[in-house]
Design a protein around this ligand. Structure first.
Ligand code: MF3
Ligand code: CO
Ligand code: CO
Length: 255
């Protein structure tokens, strides 16, 4: 599949979708409390998307997935399935939301703390956030995908954490997943050269221990092999004439 460049009009539509995805993540924050089930959080997000926003949850029906969000707790790297598990104080939780608005996709995820969280777990979440931001700041025409991956990997490893390699970011637009794949590791100068109009996610998954992942028997939930904690943040990005633009940031917000 070729990389699809988007026109300014298409970018404007993607920003609408992106900001709506971010608003779901804003809305759910106060509900992330000890004792709540992840199924309940998913239901609240689902209702908000459909009833308040008029958006379609992109994940429902995607390869048979049946939920409006992915909710990944502690050693779960990504694609955690909402269910009857109750959050408890000290958990770190990723909520990943992808909405479709008027045919355009916005994909956004954040980490949440359940009550008070141990310093080492906070440091992991903060490092994953900074890794994503540094990766985003590497985006400009003429830079390469390898530059983004290298930036993320170098920073994460400088904190003695590891970068998951089995899952990656992706082109996005009027499809959930388009070319190119956005690896969160790599070598400077290697890979596809960035051009204005490209749109993709940057969504590094950073582990406290080793980088290796495995999928649980449910066929979805990805966990660290060594059961160490994992954290992830995700934004949808547009390559501009002179840098980057974050499509999943509401007006007035910054990274
Ligand atoms: N939103 C995820 C991503 O960042 C994809 C979830 S696909 C699902 O690409 F089927 F697991 F929901
Ligand atoms: Co994504
Ligand atoms: Co996502």
């Amino acid at each position: 599949m070729a990389i699809v460049l988007k026109s300014p009009e298409q970018i404007a539509r993607m920003r609408v979708a992106g900001v709506l995805a971010s608003e779901v993540l804003d809305m759910i924050g106060e509900h992330v409390q000890p004792g709540v089930t992840t199924a309940r959080l998913d239901e609240i997000c689902h209702r908000h998307m459909v009833d308040v926003q008029g958006t379609i949850p992109a994940t429902i029906g995607y390869k048979g997935y049946q939920h409006a969000t992915c909710i990944s707790i502690n050693q779960q790297i990504c694609h955690g399935i909402p269910g009857e598990r109750k959050l408890k104080r000290g958990d770190i939780v990723n909520i990943d939301v992808t909405v479709i608005k008027d045919g355009w996709y916005g994909d956004n995820s954040r980490m949440y703390y359940v009550g008070e969280v141990a310093p080492h777990a906070r440091r992991l979440c903060e490092t994953a956030y900074e890794a994503m931001v540094l990766g985003i700041r590497a985006v400009k025409p003429g830079a390469t995908l390898g530059d983004i991956g290298h930036t993320i990997q170098t920073f994460a490893q400088s904190r003695r954490f590891s970068v998951v390699e089995e899952y990656c970011g992706h082109g996005i637009g009027s499809n959930f997943h388009e070319d190119p794949q956005i690896l969160h590791h790599g070598k400077p100068g290697k890979g596809v050269t960035l051009r204005p109009g490209m749109t993709f996610t940057i969504e590094p998954m950073i582990n406290q221990g080793k980088r290796h992942a495995r999928v649980l028997a449910d066929g979805w939930t990805v966990v660290t092999k060594d059961r160490s904690l994992s954290a992830q943040w995700e934004h949808t990005i547009h390559v501009t004439e002179d840098g980057y633009d974050v499509l999943t940031l509401a007006e007035g917000r910054s990274l």
